[in-house]
Design a protein around this ligand. Structure first.
Ligand code: S3P
Length: 182
């Protein structure tokens, strides 16, 4: 399993989906899987049950998906707060390479300026919130990551190409893959 971690808006789902496509692997987004299980959006769940309830479901979902990934190769995009629990970091590390998509709070604020779905960014000044989250989490993303990829202003295809070549060089994915069907 290849996991993608990083702040909200860092491109985990977009890049993860493309990476999976290039590899011909299955793609899963933990937030999407959690919403499917809950039968409601994460935003609504936060409002009704609070963050603690969400974090418990997040840990259980992550552990199950990582275990299932033993049987079939998987690219997994995670929620930005998954690294807060040491147990989650241990699950991610044990399951295979972890890629940290690093973006500055300023770039994230620009990308998320119209977002209304992320409960931790609603209300107040989003840039200040992102700076605080970044300060707390950047060390945790680095701790769990096998690779850090600076997203900066690079396009998604460029980032996917960079990531694929790093993974190929490390022998973590086959270099002689068939091209994906367009
Ligand atoms: C969260 C990020 C969200 C989602 C939840 C909590 C966080 O995922 O898991 O709203 O703590 O940063 P994204 O990183 O996909 O926004």
């Amino acid at each position: 399993m290849i996991s993608l971690v990083g702040m909200p808006g860092s491109g985990k789902s977009t890049i993860g989906r493309q990476l999976a496509r290039e590899l011909g692997w299955r793609f899963v987004d933990t937030d999407g899987e959690i919403e499917r299980r809950l039968g409601e959006s994460i935003r609504v769940h936060f409002e009704r049950m609070g963050e603690g309830s969400f974090r418990a479901i997040e840990s259980a979902t992550l552990a199950e998906l990582a275990q299932a990934a033993g049987a079939a190769p998987l690219v997994m995009a995670t929620g930005g707060g998954v690294v807060l629990r040491e147990a989650n970091r241990a699950v991610l590390r044990a399951a295979g390479p972890v890629v940290y998509l690093r973006s500055s709070p300023e770039d994230l604020a620009r990308r998320l300026r119209n977002d209304q779905q992320r409960p931790l960014l609603q209300g107040g000044d989003p840039l200040t919130r992102l700076r605080n989250l970044y300060r707390e989490r950047d060390p945790l993303y680095r701790e769990v990551a096998s690779y850090t990829l600076d997203t900066g202003r690079s396009s998604v295809p460029t980032l996917v190409r960079l990531l694929l070549s790093q993974l190929e060089l490390a022998g973590l994915v086959p270099a002689d893959r068939a091209p994906p069907r367009r």
